[in-house]
Design a protein around this ligand. Structure first.
Ligand code: 8YV
Length: 325
């Protein structure tokens, strides 16, 4: 029986579909496997269902001679050495589409929470400080009618932009390439990077991590942004230089930040949690029950197809087809 290793336990029934047909081993702790646990758990597998936190690198791939597919449960897959997997005839798949709207919802939750100081206000009430109403109490900033700047106009960026219509916002976007389909769908206007920074009241990062986006937002960029601007990151942490963000927030170079992802997850720069003008979430962009079930369902389907000798739909390395074992 071929072995399938699942590096974490997921909600829903999808993983159960593999039982009986394959020897399914699930890492059932409520924490990530250590490197040792990952390597030991995956030993001998033909398929691995991984998360973005699992480093699927050369060492990992070399230790699994039977490995046919790495089915990464998430849309991002920068944790996988795709070039090496391709060379070694290992398919790599991800789970796009199913989490697009859920992640865009969270980007908006962050925008509104920071702008209207929702978390701060909740803490204020819970800590018994709400003794009297006052016109200046916990004043924030408007969201409606402002300019939204989307950095990374892929599926999630477009979904973030689409929601802006209901708030009467102007939308700018910056992307590696102009995307006319998104412009048509969302009414967004392409802007060069400096213009996006200078004109946006909200900058939402929705891009993947790659050599073009790593460290793209640092002190210089924050200086170019409006002093009243809010930055939101639902893409990947290392796109922002976190220490420089903490300094910019502290100095008032920008008004606030809503983060779901961090440079060195789960570590958070010590300068951030003490700042009231931040909302800090533990990477829950796609964490809605229905979406998580859809993601694992898609990841399992990819494994079923690959182990049946078929080509999964969401193959990110089609070049592998020439190198299949
Ligand atoms: C996941 C994500 O929670 O899809 C992604 O790329 O960041 C999140 O939706 C995470 O990747 C789990 O692997």
């Amino acid at each position: 029986m071929k072995k399938v290793f699942v590096s974490l336990e997921y909600p829903g029934e999808a993983v159960g579909r593999l039982a009986g047909k394959y020897n399914v081993v699930v890492f059932r702790e409520e924490r990530l496997p250590t490197r040792k646990e990952l390597l030991e758990g995956a030993a001998g597998s033909s398929a691995v269902i991984s998360t973005v936190a699992d480093a699927i690198d050369k060492e990992f791939i070399d230790l699994l001679p039977d490995l046919r597919i790495v089915s990464n449960c998430g849309v991002g897959y920068e944790n996988v050495d795709v070039a090496y997997a391709t060379e070694r005839g290992v398919m790599v798949t991800n789970t796009p589409n199913v989490l697009t709207e859920t992640t865009a919802d969270l980007a908006w939750a962050l925008m509104i929470s920071v702008a209207r100081r929702v978390v701060e206000a909740d803490t204020y009430v819970r800590s018994g400080k709400f003794k009297t109403w006052h016109p200046s109490l916990l004043m924030g900033r408007n969201v409606h009618g402002k300019t939204l700047g989307v950095f990374g106009m892929g599926r999630i960026g477009s979904a973030v932009a689409r929601r802006a219509a209901g708030f009467g916002m102007r939308v700018l976007y910056h992307n590696r390439r102009r995307t006319e389909a998104s412009e048509k769908e969302t009414g967004a206007e392409y802007a060069e990077f400096p213009r996006l920074l200078e004109e946006s009241d909200f900058v939402v990062i929705a891009s993947p991590l790659n050599e073009g986006t790593r460290g793209r937002f640092g002190a210089e960029e924050f200086r170019k942004m409006k002093r009243g601007a809010i930055i939101v990151n639902v893409g990947r942490g290392p796109i922002i230089k976190e220490a420089e963000l903490a300094a910019a927030l502290e100095e008032g170079a920008i008004w606030g930040a809503g983060l779901d992802v961090y440079e060195k997850e789960p570590e958070i720069h010590p300068g951030l949690p003490g700042l009231p003008n931040t909302v800090l979430l533990p990477h829950i962009g796609s964490a809605a029950r229905e979406t998580r079930e859809d993601m694992i369902d898609m990841a399992v389907t990819s494994v079923e197809l690959a182990l049946d000798g078929k080509t999964p739909e969401h193959l990110v390395n089609p070049g592998v087809l020439e190198n299949l074992k």
